[in-house]
Design a protein around this ligand. Structure first.
Ligand code: SF4
Length: 451
């Protein structure tokens, strides 16, 4: 395998977020321990739902692209080092690294080389060969090219554990401005097909689960279709789309496509120094913005918040100084204090500092005795954060005022510290921009493309 090709395609693949959890390339100290024939940038450590680090071979099949998305360093009009791999090379590499215990699976993506069907056919062929000829049982994530034929899209779901179609921008108007030729409707059609395939396979499996077959041989005969679901990615900060727009797009995608996750990839201006005209903003978004979007996304999915509550029309961007839940609480003093000993679960979930597990513990404990302030500490609640918003046995109004003052001081200190952090990050981005002549190789360099 040509090491240069591998490095080019592994570096380009680092621009994609949806590998299932986010962690990054192997740290330098661990990379130094890898065998000399292994390209460390091609190993991506994904974070599983249980917190386990899962190393994946993350690579592009090709970085030649027929499209010309302004925010992408691989666009047709750019001039990065180009490379493509053959199907047999990717299969051989995956099997070899898997056998040696270097990776647990493959995350395969590609730019649109020649045309969508040609590229998708090759990606499907990699997964099919791994599964059929080599009985590969490791994890496989395939990026789906939405313009590919319906048959190829279904085949991708058949052989992969997880599939993803990257929507990138929240509306067709925004795609027209930055990614000419990309159609939101086409992306939705591809996602519809994947959603239906996943639902069908799930339904068949559900029905068979109750079959009276002690040998459980039926398990092997069940249709398999992307059992780890589908995900997508939105680009943050490549245009003036507000957080409210991005979250509304994510919310609609969760509802319509039943996605496992929406990933937010912060646009890095330094990655596209030669972008056409003045289509792109001069600066990268604050690194905190991506984090706030993930927090808001989590609140939408798990805590019953709506987009309008987190990013209302008069403040469509999430505040960077405090997390979205605390920001909502500070905007809605009428909703507090909450009586921890009486409030229902959905109200408790809105208290800053209370997570789902904390609320479950509170509900269990308060069945036996009334909770006091010291009980919150025993439940591992960040007390200084939660206390100004709650009423507890023995926690009176005077204490509430004092705690509220303490909290405001604490928030002010944090906001000052975070402003410092943001300024430092912005200056380092500017330094990177001035030295960039090719797609950057930093771990956070993710100008976010559709591959
Ligand atoms: S974002 Fe995707 S389609 Fe657009 S230029 Fe980059 S690789 Fe090609």
């Amino acid at each position: 395998m040509d090491r240069r090709k591998l490095a080019v395609l592994a570096d380009a693949a680092r621009l994609d977020a949806p590998c299932g959890g986010r962690r990054g390339s192997v740290p330098d100290r661990e990379a130094a321990l890898l065998p000399t024939d292994v390209e460390p940038t091609a190993i991506y450590e994904s974070l599983a739902a249980d917190g386990r680090r899962v190393p994946l071979l993350r690579i592009l099949l090709s970085n030649h692209c027929v499209h010309d998305c302004a925010y992408c360093p691989l666009r047709r009009s750019a001039d990065p080092p180009r490379a493509r791999l053959a199907v047999r090379d990717v299969v051989r590499l995956t099997l070899d690294w898997h056998r040696r215990g270097l990776v647990e699976g493959l995350f395969l993506s590609s730019a649109v080389d020649r045309d969508a069907d040609h590229t998708m056919e090759q990606m499907v062929e990699v997964a099919r060969t791994l599964r059929r000829q080599h009985h590969f049982l490791g994890y496989v994530h395939l990026k789906v090219i939405p313009e590919a034929s319906p048959e190829l899209i279904r085949e991708a779901g058949r052989w992969a554990d997880r599939v993803s179609v990257n929507v990138e921008l929240p509306s067709q108007r925004r795609l027209d401005a930055l990614a000419p030729g990309r159609r939101l409707a086409t992306m939705h059609r591809a996602m519809d097909r994947l959603r239906d395939g996943i639902a069908e396979a799930h339904e068949v499996s559900r029905r068979h689960r109750f079959a009276l077959d002690p040998s459980r041989a039926w398990r092997r005969a069940l249709p398999r279709f992307a059992p780890a679901g589908q995900v997508t990615q939105l680009v943050v900060g490549a245009d003036d789309a507000t957080d409210a727009e991005l979250l509304a797009a994510a919310d609609a995608l969760y509802a319509r496509q039943r996605l496992r996750r929406v990933y937010y990839g912060a646009f890095v201006r330094a990655a596209v120094p030669d972008a056409p005209g003045d289509l792109l903003p001069a600066d990268a978004p604050s690194p905190l913005r991506e984090r706030r979007l993930y927090q808001a996304d989590w609140l939408l999915r798990e805590y019953g918040f709506t987009v309008g509550e987190l990013a209302p029309p008069d403040a469509p961007d999430l505040p960077l100084e405090v997390d979205p839940k605390l920001a909502w609480a500070l905007r809605h003093p009428e909703a507090f204090p909450v009586d921890v000993n009486r409030a229902p679960r959905e109200v408790l979930l809105r208290v800053p500092g209370f997570g789902r597990r904390t609320v479950a513990r509170i509900l269990a404990v308060r069945a036996f005795h009334r909770l006091r302030a010291e009980d919150l500490a025993r439940l591992h609640v960040p007390v200084s954060r939660a206390l100004p918003f709650v009423v507890l046995a023995g926690h009176d109004a005077a204490a509430l005022d004092a705690a509220e003052r303490a909290l405001r001081e604490h928030l002010a200190r944090r906001a000052r510290a975070q402003r410092g952090l943001t300024a430092r990050a912005a200056s380092s981005t500017r330094r990177a921009a001035s030295s960039a002549s090719a797609p950057p190789k930093t771990r956070n360099s993710r100008p976010s493309a559709c591959w």
